[in-house]
Design a protein around this ligand. Structure first.
Ligand SMILES: Cc1cc2nc3c(=O)[nH]c(=O)nc-3n(C[C@H](O)[C@H](O)[C@H](O)COP(=O)(O)OP(=O)(O)OC[C@H]3O[C@@H](n4cnc5c(N)ncnc54)[C@H](O)[C@@H]3O)c2cc1C
Length: 445
């Protein structure tokens, strides 16, 4: 594995510690405009969830106000890998849910992707969407052996959309000897996450919803129909409140904070390597991920001249971004030794909102609506759940969402001793890293 050509201490001097995506679509600076005194629906959080909800509400003539503690779009929505799909990982929930409920979730996830494609088209959001498909590499032979079940599920939903790629044919998908084969799915693609967010924010405002940045919500009191949203800049009266705070959920909604686990994910962007080098690494230009417990996700940039490489670089509290960038660089060059020596231009981090059952949830707690817990895949899913909550508020949903916590067996639970600080993550991270390493060692890698 190669070390970054510069020591971590030097990275700060040459690498911008901000999302690469912000070069094309940086969130607007904080305007400090005062909030109104009241709104029908106050939405806490200006990412995909909040904006999709606001757009849907505004289109139905409901007075919606989106508040963000920072810039609108400062959270995960402008920091992601931009990989989109119609899948949902049901995690451990897949085993405990009634089969019909699990099937309903998968159907809804598939539908949400179609709707997401329709919405970027309808709203004319120019966000470099490319339906490239996705390749997932098996980090060991055992993992490869388990892929057929995933393929069967995908093909049951969209016949012929997924297939196994044996190790001997892997070079057709990825120019690397790192994996033991993998699988490809065509129901997936890539988007420029910050341009999607920017276009969505524009459409939301044009539809009549208000957005206010730099306004942190500190608490919510009252009850449905008569809420008071307390902010650092005064109180706002609201009929309904939606928490759309995902991996940034905090003390303003303490019951929800206990149910969402913020996990930092990190990404690096290489300098321009040229289209030939990128095409050599990714012959099909697909989005790519792997089966590691601490998964890597990576892709060509929309211009196809750079590699965008992400993963959970470390769970260590207080680790500096420079060190995370160096860790990801080592991982990237262990997969693509051919780009060893290249420079990085950007490195950044963002919070993913996990839940204890690894599935997304929408619902209502203490009268406050929520759509939370993207579990790493939220570009499509959180957009969808934002719209679903809005429809619930408007009263226009004939069938409730399968992700509604009111559904059978889908309670939004917490764990004893968890109050929003994930003290257990460093131990889990070390355990996962050890198991990933062992899997490969036992394989002779
Ligand atoms: C590094 C990274 C890579 C990812 N890669 C992918 C990917 O490739 N594909 C994919 O599908 N998903 C990916 N995701 C997940 C995806 O980005 C998220 O699921 C999605 O953006 C969540 O949107 P959201 O609107 O729910 O939350 P966010 O975009 O995080 O917005 C929440 C907002 O709430 C605001 N907020 C919090 N508390 C308060 C308060 N008290 N008052 C006011 N505002 C508040 C925050 O400032 C924040 O802006 C990734 C996430 C990260 C971090």
């Amino acid at each position: 594995m190669a070390d970054y050509p510069l020591p971590p201490a030097k990275i700060r001097e040459s690498v911008k510690l901000a999302p690469f995506w912000w070069e094309a679509a940086e969130p607007d600076p904080i305007s400090a405009e005062d909030p109104p005194e009241s709104a029908d629906v106050v939405i806490i959080g200006g990412g995909y969830t909040g904006l999709n909800a606001a757009l849907e509400l505004a289109r139905a003539g409901v007075d919606a106000l989106v508040l963000d503690a920072d810039r609108i779009g400062f959270g995960a929505s402008t920091r992601s890998g931009g990989m989109v799909s119609g899948g949902v990982n049901l995690g451990n929930k897949g085993k405990s849910l009634p089969e019909s409920q699990a099937r309903a979730m998968m159907e809804e996830a598939k539908e949400s992707y179609r709707n997401w494609e329709a919405i970027i088209e309808r709203e004319r959001i120019d966000c470099d969407y490319q339906k490239t498909g996705r390749f997932v590499g098996a980090h060991c032979r055992k993992a490869y052996g388990g892929l057929q079940a995933r393929i069967d599920t995908l093909n049951a939903q969209s016949p012929g959309s997924a297939w196994l790629v044996p190790e001997a044919e892997m070079r057709n998908e990825i120019h690397s000897d790192h994996y033991r084969g993998g699988f490809t799915t065509t129901v997936s693609g890539g988007v420029h996450p910050a341009r999607y967010h920017q276009g969505l924010a524009k459409a939301t405002r044009a539809a009549g919803a208000a957005t206010r940045d730099g306004i942190r919500v500190t608490g919510v009191s009252g009850k449905r129909g008569a809420f008071t949203v307390h902010t650092e800049r005064g109180d706002i009266k609201a009929t309904e409140v939606l928490a759309a705070t995902n991996g940034y959920t905090g003390g303003a909604t303490p019951a929800l904070q206990r149910r969402v686990i913020p996990v930092a994910s990190h990404i690096i962007a290489t300098e321009e390597l040229g289209e030939d080098v990128v095409k050599d690494c990714f012959p099909t230009l697909r989005m790519t991920g792997d089966t590691n417990r601490l998964l890597n996700y990576y892709r060509p940039s929309p211009c196809r001249k750079r590699i965008i490489f992400g993963g959970r670089a470390s769970f260590r509290a207080g680790i500096q971004m420079e060190e995370c960038a160096a860790i990801l660089y080592r991982r990237m060059t262990s997969i693509f030794p051919q780009v060893m020596g290249c420079q990085l231009t950007h490195a950044w981090t963002g919070n993913v909102g996990f839940t204890f059952d690894f599935t997304p949830h929408l619902g209502e707690r203490e009268g406050i609506h929520y759509a939370l817990g993207c579990n790493g895949s939220g570009v499509v899913m959180m957009s969808h759940l934002g719209r679903q909550v809005a429809r619930k508020i408007i009263g226009g949903n004939n069938t409730p969402s399968a992700f509604d916590s009111a559904a059978l067996g889908h309670a939004f639970t917490t764990r004893p001793l968890y109050y929003g600080t994930p003290w257990f993550l460093p131990s889990i991270g070390r355990w996962y890293a050890l198991r990933d390493w062992l899997d490969r060692k036992l394989d002779g890698a």
